[in-house]
Write a protein that binds this ligand. Structure first.
Ligand code: GYE
Length: 325
């Protein structure tokens, strides 16, 4: 049994890797003594955050004795839908997934419900009106993260009387963290008209795209004061673009990012980033716990919010040595 589970983890591919001995008699949810099988449809491997999140899910499944089927959708909704359908066909006990975008999940979630397979949303939300399509949603409050980023900016520029020109690197278009980090930030800075978002575009949460879009921003706008990037990776890509343009990141252009993964924290400690709003990727242990409770028929809260903090440059220096991811 244990060997089989390890094999599935190591191949980490969706849809393939059948492990059931005789292909039959899948246990009903939470039934008897059988091992819990979880199908997890991951977004991709777009960022340091995502890599840490995948590791957390895989390690926690192993520790909890849960047989994990894992798929990587390469940031494409159609791949995630395929993976979920394959988990339904394989009659897994529980499905967990981090929806790449918010919309367009109702049909496949109805299919899971019809098959009596509970679904746990992990990290990102869906906008389905029917809340019975999933058991719970475990993850951060992205609006709050955007607000924290905005609050720091408001404090930093409290005595500034002129315009503060901001460029924004958004996450994946249509994703919950991109939508919410944008709106939370806009709400806070919107109270003072000196804050001007002069350009805002998606960098798809990747370093490469962050650099590319920042290159374009720098060409079009000689007067950027602040960069707000929806994750560390895009911020790190943008730093390369800023340095390439002969400017000093953290000084000529102040930078705020979200996540607080190691590379981001290092850049913050080095003075290239000015402030990071933390978003914890370590959702695995809570996810496994929720899955066990759901399958045991226990009631779980319909929303479980991750606890997180913020980091200044000084705080990053202190936190770095013991940072897990
Ligand atoms: O901030 C970003 C990743 O959904 C919270 O996705 C997650 C976001 C995270 O690509 O780095």
């Amino acid at each position: 049994m244990a060997l089989v589970a390890v094999g599935v983890l190591a191949t980490a591919c969706g849809g393939g890797g059948e492990t059931t001995a005789d292909g039959g008699a899948p246990a009903a949810s939470g039934g008897g003594d059988s091992t819990i099988t979880m199908g997890f449809a991951q977004v991709g491997a777009e960022s340091g955050w995502r890599t840490a999140n995948t590791k957390s899910v895989q390690e926690s499944a192993k520790a909890a004795g849960i047989d994990l089927k894992f798929s990587d959708a390469q940031q494409k909704q159609e791949n995630q839908i395929k993976a979920i359908r394959s988990y339904i066909q394989q009659k897994v006990d529980v499905i967990a997934f981090s929806p790449v975008v918010e919309s367009g999940w109702d049909t496949v979630l109805q299919e899971a419900k019809a098959a009596n397979i509970p679904v746990i949303l992990t990290d990102r939300a869906v906008d389905s009106a029917d809340k019975t399509l999933y058991k719970t949603f475990l993850g951060s409050d992205f609006v709050e993260e955007g607000k924290k980023a905005g609050q720091w900016l408001v404090e930093q520029y409290a005595s500034e009387t002129g315009d503060v020109n901001i460029v924004e690197l958004q996450g994946t278009t249509g994703s919950a963290p991109a939508n919410d980090r944008k709106s939370g930030f806009a709400e806070v800075i919107g109270a003072d008209p000196k804050f001007k978002v002069i350009a805002s575009q998606s960098g798809d949460f990747t370093r490469a795209k962050g650099k590319e879009v920042m290159d374009a921003f720098l060409k079009a706008h000689p007067d950027i004061d602040v960069l707000y990037a929806h994750n560390d990776d895009m911020g790190l890509g943008a730093i390369e673009a800023i340095e390439g343009a002969g400017k000093v990141p953290g000084k000529d252009i102040k930078i705020i990012t979200v996540d607080a993964v190691k590379d981001g924290m290092q850049a913050l400690a080095d003075g290239k980033i000015n402030y990071i709003v933390e978003c914890s990727p370590l959702l695995g242990p809570q996810l496994m716990d929720l899955a066990k409770k759901v399958l045991a028929g226990e009631t779980v809260p319909d929303r479980v919010v991750t606890e997180e903090t913020t980091f200044t440059q000084e705080q990053a220096k202190q936190a770095l040595p013991t940072r897990q991811y």
